[in-house]
Design a protein around this ligand. Sequence first.
Ligand SMILES: Cc1cc2nc3c(=O)[nH]c(=O)nc-3n(C[C@H](O)[C@H](O)[C@H](O)COP(=O)(O)O)c2cc1C
Length: 519
Amino acid sequence: MDTVLEFIGNISWWMWLLIFLAIVVIRDVFVQKAHTISHNFPIVGHLRYMLESIGPEMRQYFVANNREELPFNRIERGWIYASAKHENNYEGFGTDRDIYAHQHIFVNNAMMPFKVDKNHPNAIDKSFLPCAKVIGAYNKRKKPYRPASVINVSAMSFGSLSAKAVESLNKGVKIAGAYHNTGEGGLSPYHSNGGDVIFHFGTGYFGVRDKDGNFSMEKLVELVNNNPFVRAIEIKLSQGAKPGKGGVLPGKKITQEIANIRHVEVGKDVLSPPNHSAFSNVQEMVDFIENIAQQTGLPVGIKAAIGKLEQWEELAQIMKTTKKGPDFITVDGGEGGTGAAPPSFADHVSLPWVYGFSDLYKLFQKHDLTERIVFIGSGKLGFPAKAAMAFAMGADCINVAREAMMSIGCIQAQICHTNRCPSGVATQNKWLQSGINVPLKSERLAQYFKTFRKEFIEITHAAGYEHPCQFKMSDIDVNVDDHNLSKELDRTYYYNKTIVPFKGMQDLKNCKHLGGKNT
Ligand SMILES: Cc1cc2nc3c(=O)[nH]c(=O)nc-3n(C[C@H](O)[C@H](O)[C@H](O)COP(=O)(O)O)c2cc1C
């Protein structure tokens, strides 16, 4: 024994290295069968896999220029991070953007900006910016709701986001006076920290389903009655990243906690089919909406990504003749995010926001319905100039998902679907989320929203208006073709926005339906 140990002890380090490399060669060539490259090029083949795996980080940190990454480039991410941390988010020496590039947006400034007198609500609070419309007002819902912030947290469930991330978002919207959309995973304790909530459900009816997976009105009414901070209900028809795509929640991801929140069984696969079982055509959908609104007293809306317009036309006709229908419509762009989607869907199915929204708005305008509906936009709109464009086109509020995630620490690692999110935002791994400091992150979300609203108000004033609802299509130009021609939005998308009734910021401040006051 001593001789063997002595022999091993006498082997020099480079001999160990050679032995290790010889084992790797044997494994690569004779044992593993999965990788041709490492079989044909033992040892060096591993370098290729290693470099490929760290390629995205290398490009993000060292190679990509400030404006070339997608979905969000470094300048956009930097603006959100700096705004969330209340740091200096200015840039020096002028823009580094190619302002002649296709789709670049220009806000037409007035000769003299809007003047804020000393008693104006924005002289007191520079980020006071509620929605100009009241959700549910036209349909006379029992509990109409005016969002106290035009920027809000978009649908993202507990399950796709970590408990600490959801809690940070909810506490953050409370500070900022905004609302928090639950996403499809049901109403969790993490959504219940005082912020206004929009309860959202899709075809899985999580949190409001019976034991067979069908929608349960009884459970929805109970949920609304027990949680007065729920201010509206959103029915998801589709989302931009994967319209018409069902999904399976694998049993191994269903912990006791998730099972309790979603009303599903622990450890058993759950299907979210592409279609709703509660309705099967447009008329039935309108009846479903009306039924929910009646039973809960809350405004009810729908969320969808836009493609074909025939069924929307049918909806508009039904709304026109029956004077019933959704109180709000959330239009999600094809560029929208998700926890996980096949690239064939994320890249190709449904229209980008500007095309989808303009098609839909025009359709409702043709039927004289735009004043009845609160239009909410989502799809990379969490930047003041983008929001100005969206408002000029007819949006009344915007929802942000990934921008909100970034404000609480997401680094755009783009691995939400792997449960290995390094920032702890989109993972259920306890260790990864343990680094999230909830009080700090909630302040950051709130600060991002406040900075966003302040800059949005300043842009609005520069254009000569008091509230962004006053933006018209002709106030925004966009570069439209290869010849770098810029055209106003009305000449680009061929419609003019319906004027939104607006009596002044003070009037919004005095509104009894104004949200953001939950304690
Ligand atoms: C992690 C994650 C989870 C999401 N979950 C949902 C969901 O449950 N239901 C839904 O309708 N949209 C969901 N979305 C889409 C967002 O609500 C939003 O519509 C889309 O990302 C566009 O907004 P953004 O560009 O600001 O991210 C999710 C997005 C992300 C990034």
